[in-house]
Design a protein around this ligand. Structure first.
Ligand code: AMP
Ligand code: MG
Length: 671
């Protein structure tokens, strides 16, 4: 295998807002994940994007933009410089004006490709004024500031950028790179032009995007940021292809992560209800453990220098409040485990190392005992003050999770901490949508066309058992008004709304238009390259979040675990908040799909000590049974994206290692 050429990337965030408050910048995370994802989905390509992407935030200031670009192009010799923001029509927008004079050569083809792709999505792309070109061996691209616009534009050109970077930097002579003709270049880029579409394809792995050139209904205009069908549009006017750009799962999660802030810091009492919370502040012990010198064994408190011999038992110290009188030399005191040592005692001899010598006259008490051992260490069998926990020390740190094991609660209780500061967990409401959906509790037979609501009880259970407060929002009919009012009511009660259904391409799929047009929400993404779960939609309305999950029951549970749960965990303060990933042995062949697939599996220990993943059976997204007993999903790569040496492309063969994302506990035997 020849070594890969790595191209360096730098990202310039042009945003006056983000330059004042970097926490409002979601573009750098998104773009980093965009390039990482591009590498991941092309493992066998000859090029890779450097994982170390420098990002800088500047305000809409021409001089600052110029300075950053000159530094990157001329000094650091970065291969690809991407700017986001400042390409619109408002007075402050000046990115093209700053960039254009810096270019040695303009690249109108790249500009055309970006505009054409965006125009295909919204006519408001007309309002973007991108420039692209070469300076000093660097390719420079300007993309819009909105995360959606930025990824759409990059998506349109990314496959060609390695060639552009290579040529610009003369990594190879352009003659060598062109030796296979345009066709070879296209193959390397993983695309086919229409001219070759009738030709035989070397492998069936490439996925064609279908461009429908037939009659299109006039596209109703909403606003530049809204893509959904107009709520009052007739069915003839609806989109026939989702207008939302297709994000990768990583990109989608990066957006969710930037939109998810820590919950409010609240004080909570230390008891069993604290399990699953994450500390927001360090906790200091105000008391020592033990708070007094205590015996570790049942026996006799002595001075450690005492020789073997007979001694009077002058007092008794039980594990109870109170103090025993001081011990004089030549005396011993009976003591029980956990009881305070009398002053003057420096060690405890175990009862097993003594014999009773004489009793009191009434025969009830010990008068003298004989010590059979001598030469004890000072402090032997004594817990000194603070030897377990010293007063004033930090016992738990901000970020520590109060686990269900009980250790943290026990530690807090041991030093008398009654309250701690934690991140509040988000409250989640669950709403089912669909005229056909009826409660599983409704008695009587189903009418034709009716289905039982399995999503709501399944999700409510999953949320509650993950430790988050969940609220049942019932079922909404497929009527814009009904949906709007139920969502509005819910927004005043919960932090996160999960809906299921109503995000497909049917004319009654009202979630997206209702969020955008009735609730003034922002849809951050409306399509994800994954199976199941393609129409997964994520929106925010102020600080509130809406996860509009697909209606099919298996899709709903998979997307809940992959998208909603990590967001809840991030808000609750978990670090890392992603679900844990493990490498597992495929216990059978896993067929691959053109989309990255999340195959429900049961992960358990194999006899050889490794973890194995067994499929839960038929993976059709309507089959809720495919999630039964599933404690993980294996993340299967898209067909064709697998390593080049694989003989059986199209399947991960039994015995191969795959990555599994754990949802639940690892159980018993896999086979
Ligand atoms: P939709 O996204 O509304 O087109 O729904 C996709 C599929 O999921 C349809 O077959 C629905 O009937 C089904 N579905 C929607 N909501 C639920 C639910 N709450 N429980 C079970 N199935 C559902
Ligand atoms: Mg529906």
């Amino acid at each position: 295998m020849t070594s890969k050429t790595t191209f360096t990337v730098a990202v310039l965030i042009v945003s006056t807002t983000a330059s004042k408050d970097p926490s409002t910048d979601s573009s750098s995370v998104l773009l980093r994940s965009f390039f990482a994802n591009e590498n991941e989905s092309n493992p066998s390509s000859k090029w890779a994007w450097s994982g170390d992407i420098e990002a800088k935030i500047v305000s809409d200031d021409q001089a600052a933009i110029e300075a950053a670009i000159v530094e990157w192009a001329d000094k650091k010799k970065i291969n690809l410089i991407v700017t986001t923001g400042g390409t619109g029509f408002s007075v402050t927008d000046c990115t093209p004006e700053a960039v254009r004079p810096l270019l040695d050569k303009e690249a109108p083809g790249l500009v055309h490709a970006m505009l054409a792709a965006s125009l295909n999505i919204t006519p408001f792309a007309m309002m973007s004024r991108p420039v692209a070109g070469v300076r000093n061996g660097s390719i420079i691209l300007t993309v819009p500031g909105s995360p959606k616009g930025a990824t759409e534009n990059l998506d349109a050109v990314i496959k060609f950028l390695p060639h552009a970077c290579g040529q610009a930097a003369s990594v190879a002579s352009s003659r060598a790179m062109h030796s296979g003709g345009t066709k070879k270049l296209e193959e390397e880029a993983g695309v086919r032009s229409h001219r070759h579409s009738h030709g035989s394809s070397a492998d069936g792995g490439h996925h064609h995007h279908h461009h429908h050139h037939g009659h299109k209904a006039p596209r109703p205009l909403t606003t530049p940021d809204q893509r959904s069908n107009k709520l009052d549009a007739s069915v003839t006017q609806r989109y026939r292809e989702s207008p939302y750009p297709m994000l990768s799962v990583n990109e989608a999660n990066a957006i969710i992560a930037t939109e998810t802030r820590h919950g409010k810091i609240v004080e909570m009492q230390v008891d069993e209800n604290l399990v699953g919370y994450v500390l927001a502040k360090d906790v200091t012990a105000a008391e020592a453990v033990p708070a007094f010198r205590a015996s570790i064994v049942d026996g006799y408190a002595i001075h450690h220098t005492a020789k073997a011999g007979v001694y009077p038992v002058v007092s008794v110290s039980h594990a109870a409040p109170g103090t025993a009188p001081p011990l004089e030399p030549g005396q011993v005191a009976r003591i029980t485990t956990g009881a305070p040592l009398p002053a003057g005692a420096t060690a405890v001899i175990m009862v097993e190392d003594t014999v009773l010598k004489s009793s009191t006259a009434d025969g009830v008490e010990e008068a003298t005992v004989e010590l059979l051992a001598s030469g004890l260490e000072p402090g032997e069998n004594v817990r000194e003050i603070g030897s377990d926990v010293q007063s004033g020390t930090v016992i738990l740190r901000a970020g520590d999770v109060i686990s269900a094991v009980g250790g943290e609660i026990g530690l807090l209780a041991s030093v008398g901490v009654a309250k701690v500061s934690v991140y509040q967990k988000l409250t989640v409401g669950v709403l089912s949508t669909g005229d056909e959906v009826v409660s599983h509790l409704r008695p009587g037979e189903l009418k034709i066309g009716e289905i039982r609501d399995s999503n709501r009880p399944a999700l409510l259970s999953a949320i509650k058992s993950a430790g988050y407060p969940a609220i049942d929002l019932q079922i909404a009919a497929d009527k814009p008004g009904a949906l709007e009012s139920m969502l509005k009511d819910a927004l005043s009660v919960v932090d996160v709304i999960i809906t299921t259904g109503g995000v497909s391409m049917g004319e009654l799929d009202l979630l997206k238009p209702t969020i955008e047009q009735s609730l003034d929400g922002t849809i951050h993404f409306g399509r994800v390259a994954m199976k199941p779960g393609k129409p997964t939609t994520f929106a925010t309305i102020g600080e509130k979040k809406i996860f509009a999950l697909p209606g099919n029951p298996a899709s709903a549970l998979v997307t809940f675990n992959l998208f909603v749960l990590p967001s809840l965990r991030k808000a609750a303060g978990y670090e890392p908040w992603e679900l844990p990933k493990v490498r597992v042995v495929a216990e059978q062949d896993f067929p691959l799909d053109p989309r990255p697939e999340f195959h429900r599996v049961f992960v358990a220990m194999r006899p050889d000590g490794r973890l194995g993943a067994r499929s839960t059976g038929g993976q059709r997204s309507s089959r809720i049974g495919s999630t039964m007993a599933a404690n993980a999903v294996v993340a299967l790569p898209a067909k064709g994206a697998v390593g080049e040496k694989r003989e059986k492309v199209g399947v991960i063969p039994k015995g191969e290692m795959v990555e599994a994302i754990l949802w639940g506990q690892i159980g018993g035997s896999a086979v």
